[in-house]
Design a protein around this ligand. Structure first.
Ligand code: FAD
Ligand code: MG
Length: 555
């Protein structure tokens, strides 16, 4: 055998793996990455920009930045092991086909991307692997359970209520524990000579992504993408969970709403897979067991179950993020009004609580769950009666954690279009009183709406009620320096509630709809994380929500 032939033989018998990152942007608890290393001599970690991967088709500046930071973090971690991340642009089938040949690849490993929008891509890549004789291994670690298994167990249909979902999921046993860290000591991690120029993580400028406004660069809360940051945050988060358990509180991020404290959310990290959901889940469970000597109740990880639920519900529904042809979504006659939508988006509704949230969303990319409820309700069934699809597009662009299915699921819920039995929860979030409740000192509003900095607290949430001399003294004239309210909330809430009630009447006779709804009031409360609704001893709702028919005046 000549040397070229023997070299080729040796190359052929060598096991070369590509681990293709899409979500799952981490080294820890990455079963597909471990499989790539199994029996492998050479490993190539790869990421491919194809115009859609990880939600880049809808992402605005902040999410792009977060993604590139996460990839840079991955690259730095591979560098510590003597390797690099390889970044490409193009159709994954074309890119991978070339790489299979060039690198003599024998195995491709991926983490399952459960949302239906990724199915076409992954089917095409799997069939490429078959054609090229490359073993393709797909592992589940973006979710706690395999959503396909849940649906199969439920007789081929998604479990339509959250409670049913919980029952089915739990019947399959507890989620798997995280797997161990990868060991790169026995593999080659090739690096090319001019790696950074050829295969390095691109910059925002390379990708043609620019900030829309200066606030996106001067932001106060500077979220930073990547596994390293995610694991630091997880550690602090578990300390917070432990402190809460000591006080018999669950879901501390929801129940101790801190709108201006430093961000403690893991949602963007979960979205990109910089932190493993199983590590988070078991971190909470183990913290509880250590403190209390028994298993944690469902409510300790309820928020992660909502995430699973929405992924499972969307699994076989490509129209899940639309009103049309979406079998679970109610078709409500929302109005189309681009001017109103624009005012909402720009934070110019004239309701400081709503506007501050929209300003924070655009500048920083993350707002609290309570804040999301407030602006989503205001846009849809609360005040403006615009379609949740319009709001969803805005959230898709600006939220760091915007997930195709989780975001759509939440919007349908808030807009009473699915998951929420129309007006089992008839309250809309009052854009004045809900704000006062969440931001009692007004610090949040003053931070994100500096124009209202000097407005006395008494009028801060409804400055149009301030006498002119107060407005003058505060340096903020309503209608000139800050907009007048774009809607009469009390009137709108009353009219919209009537519309919802009419829909409810129609639904009584429309039995053809596969409509999903919560099983009871507690579930509604759990979704909105409203203590008042989950705690039966507390019947007073009026300070949180505005029951439009009963309340004569907001404040
Ligand atoms: P925690 O309470 O710490 O929750 C931990 C994790 O559980 C979150 O990081 C998230 O992954 C998951 N989770 C929490 N609440 C929900 C929920 N209601 N539905 C599904 N999963 C949940 N969350 C997203 O992750 N992506 C989205 O695109 C998204 N869009 C939303 C849109 C609207 C209109 C609303 C009302 C909520 C949306 N949420 C979304 C849910 C929720 O607001 C965020 O997950 C939460 O604010 C993140 O903060 P946290 O990490 O402190 O939450
Ligand atoms: Mg979180």
């Amino acid at each position: 055998m000549n040397t070229t032939a023997s070299k080729r033989k040796c190359e052929i018998s060598a096991q070369t793996s590509i681990h293709w990152f899409r979500h799952g942007q981490r080294l820890h608890d990455n079963p597909a990455l471990l499989d790539a290393l199994d029996g492998c001599d050479t490993l190539y970690p790869v990421f491919i920009f194809d115009g859609q991967v990880a939600g880049t088709d809808t992402a605005g500046y902040n999410r792009w930045r977060f993604l590139l930071e996460s990839l840079e973090d991955l690259d730095r971690q591979f560098q510590k092991h003597g390797g690099r991340l390889y970044v490409f642009k193009g159709d994954p089938v074309v890119v991978l086909k070339n790489l299979f040949k060039e690198w003599g690849v024998t195995k491709l490993t991926i983490e399952q991307d459960p949302e239906p929008i990724w199915q076409d891509r992954d089917c095409r890549v799997k069939s490429l692997c078959e054609d090229e004789g490359v073993t393709c291994v797909e592992k589940i670690s973006h979710t706690l359970w395999n959503p396909h298994v849940i649906i199969k167990l439920n007789g081929g249909l998604p479990p339509v209520t959250y409670m049913l979902f919980n029952q089915v999921a739990r019947s399959t046993g507890k989620p798997d524990r995280p797997v161990g860290d990868p060991d790169f000591t026995k593999v080659k991690l090739p690096v090319s000579d001019n790696h950074s120029e050829q295969f390095g993580v691109p910059s925002l400028a390379d990708m043609g992504v620019k900030p829309e406004c200066k606030e996106q660069d001067d932001r106060i809360n500077k979220w930073m993408g990547g596994e390293t940051k995610a694991l630091e945050l997880l550690e602090s988060r578990l300390k917070l969970e432990a402190e809460a358990f000591e006080k018999n509180i669950f879901l501390p991020n929801q129940h101790q709403v801190d709108l201006i404290g430093s961000p403690m959310s893991l949602s963007a990290y979960l979205r990109f897979g910089c932190v493993s959901v199983r590590k988070f889940y078991w971190g909470i469970q183990d913290t509880y067991v250590k403190l209390k000597g028994k298993d944690a109740p469902l409510s300790a990880t309820a928020q992660l179950m909502w995430r699973e639920y929405f992924y499972t519900m969307s699994l076989n529904n490509i129209n899940y993020n639309k009103v049309e042809n979406n079998p679970i979504c109610l078709k409500i006659n929302w109005i189309k009004d681009d001017k109103k939508l624009e005012r909402w988006l720009q934070g110019e509704t004239g309701f400081p609580w709503i506007d501050a949230i929209m300003k924070q969303l655009r500048a920083e990319g993350w707002v609290h769950q309570a804040a999301r409820h407030a602006v989503a309700c205001f846009l849809t069934r609360g005040d403006l009666w615009l379609s949740w699809e319009d709001g969803l597009k805005v959230f898709y662009k600006y939220l760091l954690d915007a997930d195709w299915s989780v975001c759509a699921g939440n919007w349908m819920w808030v807009a009473s279009s699915a998951f929420e039995d129309v007006l089992q929860c008839p309250k809309c979030f009052c854009p004045v009183r809900y704000g006062i409740r969440m931001d009692p000192k007004g610090a949040y509003i003053r931070r994100y709406l500096p124009v209202l900095k000097e407005m006395p607290l008494r009028y801060l949430f409804q400055p149009w009620k301030a006498p002119l001399e107060v407005q003058e003294a505060a340096g903020c004239i309503v209608g000139k320096d800050y907009p007048s309210p774009m809607v009469d909330h009390m009137l709108a809430a009353k009219v919209n509630r009537k519309k919802m009630m009419d829909i409810k009447e129609i639904m009584k006779t429309d039995t053809g709809k596969q409509y999903c709804a919560p099983v009871n009031q507690t579930e509604v409360g759990q979704f909105a994380f409203l203590q008042e609704l989950t705690d039966p001893s507390n019947t007073c709702l009026s300070d949180v929500t505005c029951q439009a028919l009963n309340v004569q005046e907001c404040m």
